[in-house]
Ligand binder design. Structure first.
Ligand code: NAD
Ligand code: UD1
Length: 337
């Protein structure tokens, strides 16, 4: 039986695809390539030895979703497609609600119409907002502070309601913390358009010489070195969790689970680890805090261990090694064919 991966050509989706194919599953990638490059399909074929089936389509297009689910005999969906920039979600909020919320609704309707019952959804730790207590557990209140976070919370809510409707879906919502790194081959990885918003791709581009220095946003946080703390996780570990989630999604109607390591790492600690992994100097400049940033954010990883039997295997050194391997082999990302 085939798994459809929406957004399967993107950073996280391409890694999920590889892990599924290694596990012997049939996959069909469903992606509109709004934020990905067709070369990724060739790279997945080079890693796995098989070209995945691909449908170019939008998650808001119910007819194409229905024909894809039917034609490929899909038994489950991993719904990764979405827009993810916090800044763009403020300036183009309608587009974000349309893609992330309406797109999730249309997909759920297409699943109901084709009798595909199981969905694993890419949610985000951003749904929690400012933490009352750390580590963040799944029962922490949801109070996202930006439109992007609210689109993820609303997509979760609509999936939960549909899970309890007369035409129910089984739903596993995976709340990612900070996915980084790349497949160890260096053939697929994170390839943001323009200047990266996120820390790891920014550091990588400084190391490869495409950017002069990292701006560290704030060194006056109440953390040991004054810089922000996050829970970075290797994208290949994260991908493996999706297989575990697929295997248990029909055991309970609704599952909400963090995908994090439980370990916090500061900006300066990550810079040091990357410098060690790459052998490159990473010049830093201290800049004011970024609006909307939180001092410290990391997961409780207990539920993932209990219900998925999953825990992260790779640490910060491996994340930096693999991010650097991808960047050094593809200085211009997928344009380096
Ligand atoms: P990405 O942009 O690399 O991948 C998203 C993929 O979805 C792209 O290939 C894009 O072309 C596709 N897509 C976008 N809109 C679409 C639409 N309307 N129809 C069909 N395809 C569409 O992003 P990513 O980093 O791989 O993130 C994947 C998911 O994980 C997103 O839903 C994101 O919100 C979530 N997430 C990401 C992070 C992170 O740090 N990367 C953290 C938490 C959650
Ligand atoms: C950001 C988003 C979050 C989203 C996540 C993954 C914001 C406020 N939050 O999370 O909603 O789910 O990306 O897409 O945008 N940093 C620097 N210099 C940089 C970049 C980042 O110092 O050039 C610092 C940040 O201040 C933060 C840490 O690095 O302390 C991590 O930043 P980032 O990688 O953007 O992730 P988040 O802030 O966790």
């Amino acid at each position: 039986m085939t798994v459809m991966i929406t957004g399967g050509a993107g950073f996280i989706g391409s890694h999920i695809c590889v892990e599924l194919m290694h596990a012997g599953r049939q996959v069909v990638i469903y992606d509109n390539f709004a934020n990905s490059h067709p070369e990724v399909i060739n790279r997945i074929r080079r890693i796995t030895g098989t070209a995945p089936d691909v449908v170019k389509g939008d998650v808001r297009d119910v007819n194409t979703l229905i024909s894809t689910l039917s034609a490929h005999g899909c038994s489950a969906v991993i719904h990764v497609a979405g827009l993810k920039s916090v800044a763009d979600s403020v300036s183009k909020s309608a587009e974000y609600y349309d893609c992330n919320v309406v797109g999730t609704l249309r997909l759920a309707q297409a699943m109901q119409q084709t009798g595909v019952r199981n969905i694993v959804f890419s949610s985000s730790a951003t749904v929690y907002g400012e933490p009352d207590v750390l580590p963040l557990r799944e029962d922490h209140k949801l109070a996202p502070v930006c439109p992007y976070g609210r689109t993820k919370m609303q997509a979760e809510e609509l999936l939960i309601d549909i899970a309890h409707s007369l035409s129910p879906l089984n739903v596993a919502m995976l709340r990612y913390f900070n996915p980084v790194g790349s497949h160890e081959s260096g053939l697929i990885g994170e390839d943001p358009n323009g200047v990266p918003n996120n820390l790891m791709p920014y550091i990588s581009r400084v190391a490869i010489g495409r950017l002069p220095a990292l701006n560290v946003y704030g060194n006056d946080y109440p953390t040991p070195d004054g810089t922000g703390i996050r829970d970075y996780g290797h994208v290949v570990d994260l991908a493996a969790a999706h297989i575990a989630a697929l295997d248990c999604v029909d055991k309970q109607r609704v599952l909400k689970v963090n995908l994090g390591t439980g370990q916090g790492t500061s900006v300066l600690e990550l810079v040091d680890a990357f410098a060690r992994a790459s052998g490159k100097m990473i010049p830093v400049t201290f800049a004011p805090r970024r609006p909307g940033d939180i001092a410290s954010y990391y997961a409780s990883a207990e539920l993932a261990a209990d219900v998925l039997g999953w825990h992260a295997k790779r640490g910060i050194a491996e994340m930096c090694r693999d991010a650097w391997n991808w960047q050094r082999k593809n200085p211009n990302g997928y344009l380096d064919q």
